[in-house]
Ligand binder design. Structure first.
Ligand code: FMN
Length: 193
C-alpha cells in the first residue's frame, strides 16, 4: 500500500481535472492505496520569493498553505500533479507549488552536473486536461514535467495521462464524453502493479 498525494491545480470544483482526479483516486483506492487530494484553490500556495532565507537554515518566510503541506509531501510515496492546460503549460498554481520545493531542498556536497541540491525522492505522475487535442497540445507541459520534476528535482516518473479534447471552460466539462475517466481509473488502479 502506498501513500499518494494528489495536488489539484485546476480551478473548477467539478471541472474536467476534478473528474479526472476522482476517477484516478477511485482506482488507486480500489488497489488499496491511501490517497489525499489537496486543492490549491482551497489551500493557496504562493510562488517562491527568492529571498534565500531557506538557504541559511530558516523556514520559508511565507506562511501560507505550503507550510502544512511539507510533512505530507515528505510522507508521500507518490505525488500526482493534476492540472488543466493553461496557455500550453501547467497552471500557475501548480508552478507556484513546485517553486516552493526550493525550501525543502537539502544540501548536496557532490551533486551531479546540472543539479545544485537534493530533494526528498518520490514517485510522481501527471494528470492533465485540455480543450485542444493536437499532437503538440501538451508538449510544453510534458517538457516542464520532465525537466523540472524528473530530471532536476529527481522524481521517479510513474506516467502521465494527458486528456485532450475535454471542452473549453466556456461550457460544461466534457470529459465524461471521452474515455479518459476510465483510463484514469485504470491508471490509479495499476500505478503500482
Ligand atoms: C486561462 C485558460 C487557459 C487555457 N489554455 C488552454 C490552452 O493553452 N490549450 C488548451 O487546449 N486549452 C486551454 N484551456 C482550456 C482548459 O485547459 C480546459 O477546458 C480544461 O479541461 C479545464 O479544466 P477544468 O475543467 O478542470 O477547469 C484554457 C482555459 C483557461 C481558463
Amino acid at each position: 500500500m502506498k501513500n499518494i498525494l494528489v495536488i489539484q491545480g485546476g480551478g473548477r470544483a467539478k471541472g474536467n481535472t476534478a473528474q479526472l482526479i476522482d476517477s484516478f483516486v477511485a482506482g488507486a483506492k480500489e488497489a488499496g492505496h491511501s490517497v489525499e487530494v489537496i486543492s490549491l484553490i482551497k489551500n493557496e500556495v504562493k510562488g517562491c520569493l527568492g529571498c534565500n532565507a531557506c538557504r541559511y537554515g530558516k523556514a520559508c518566510v511565507q506562511k501560507d498553505a505550503f507550510h502544512d503541506m511539507i510533512p505530507k509531501i515528505k510522507n508521500a510515496d507518490c505525488i500526482v500533479f493534476a492540472s488543466p492546460l493553461y496557455f500550453w503549460t501547467v497552471s500557475a498554481r501548480i508552478k507556484a507549488f513546485i517553486e516552493r520545493f526550493y525550501c525543502i531542498a537539502e544540501e548536496d556536497s557532490n551533486p551531479p552536473l546540472g543539479r545544485y541540491e537534493t530533494y526528498p525522492i518520490k514517485d510522481c505522475a501527471l494528470l492533465m486536461t485540455s480543450a485542444d487535442h493536437f499532437f503538440w497540445t501538451f508538449e510544453q507541459a510534458v517538457s516542464y514535467y520532465q525537466f523540472a520534476l524528473v530530471n532536476y528535482i529527481g522524481f521517479k516518473d510513474k506516467g502521465m495521462l494527458l486528456a485532450g479534447g475535454c471542452g473549453d471552460t466556456n461550457g460544461k466539462p466534457q470529459i465524461d464524453k471521452t474515455d479518459y475517466l476510465e483510463k484514469a481509473y485504470m491508471f490509479g488502479k495499476h500505478l503500482y502493479s
